[in-house]
Design a protein around this ligand. Sequence first.
Ligand SMILES: Nc1ncnc2c1ncn2[C@@H]1O[C@H](COP(=O)(O)OP(=O)(O)OP(=O)(O)O)[C@@H](O)[C@H]1O
Length: 282
Amino acid sequence: MAHASIIELSRVTKTYGQTDGSRPNGLPALSDVSLRIGKGEFALLMGPSGAGKSTLLKLILAMEQPDRGTIRVAGRDVHRLTKGSIPYLRRNLGAVFQDFKLLPEATPLENVRLTLQVLGLRGRDVLSRAKESLERVGLDPNSRKPVRCLSGGEQQRVALARALANRPPVLLADEPTGNLDPALTLDILRQLELIRAAGTTILLATHDPLVFRHAPASRILHLEMGRLIEDRVVDRAPNFTAELDAFGEPIDALAAIDDDEFCDEPVVELRPGADANLEEVA
Ligand SMILES: Nc1ncnc2c1ncn2[C@@H]1O[C@H](COP(=O)(O)OP(=O)(O)OP(=O)(O)O)[C@@H](O)[C@H]1O
């Protein structure tokens, strides 16, 4: 089925400055990359370490500038946006990076709520949206635990909830299952599939073969040495049950982890407007 494009790269090349530790000889991190991702797709960006996956995501987020080429999100060239429009772009793109930088002393709800405030949301909407997005990823919005007491998988879910709280049409995820065991990896994939089924376009970068085998992707993009060597439409029905049987773990492994013995440290209350914390979330 043809989709209208929501992300479009046209002949994009990106070289990092040679003085800051990039590849020798100024080899581009991305070389003449063109691709389109349709609305509602689940695109998997594969490739070994150093292939250029994070660079591609950062270019879409306008965190890096291309040397050449154009990058459009929902038809708008993200590198020609006025400064004032960058927050607009960020609001439309949810992002989960591996170093998800949650506030360790804050509860999941505080983490999500503060991010929404940084994005400029105010009023009653903030709390209800924060709660809704935690519920959406299967977490209890009323949990009083600081996130440092949560398991890796639970923390990753908080990061996902934070990226989704603003209901962005597109979710960019860079190794969102890094450091998670196989059962939790599959659990995150299941969450992502639910998010996609609710209408969010997903671009997930990974070099994890387990993710490659099980992500319910509609498109496989393969980068190597900065070049897009494969762009293939696939039709994969989500199926997490067979692999879980093999691991002998229940799919809802997180529910079992979430018990009070895990951490009994008190929560440090964050006051609304605690600016020192806001900077870390942004
Ligand atoms: N800020 C930077 N400055 C200089 N070189 C960089 C920078 N970021 C990335 N690179 C270089 O660009 C190339 C692509 O890196 P990138 O992080 O995009 O790859 P990746 O596929 O995401 O790898 P990984 O899976 O290890 O994160 C690598 O050679 C890397 O060393």
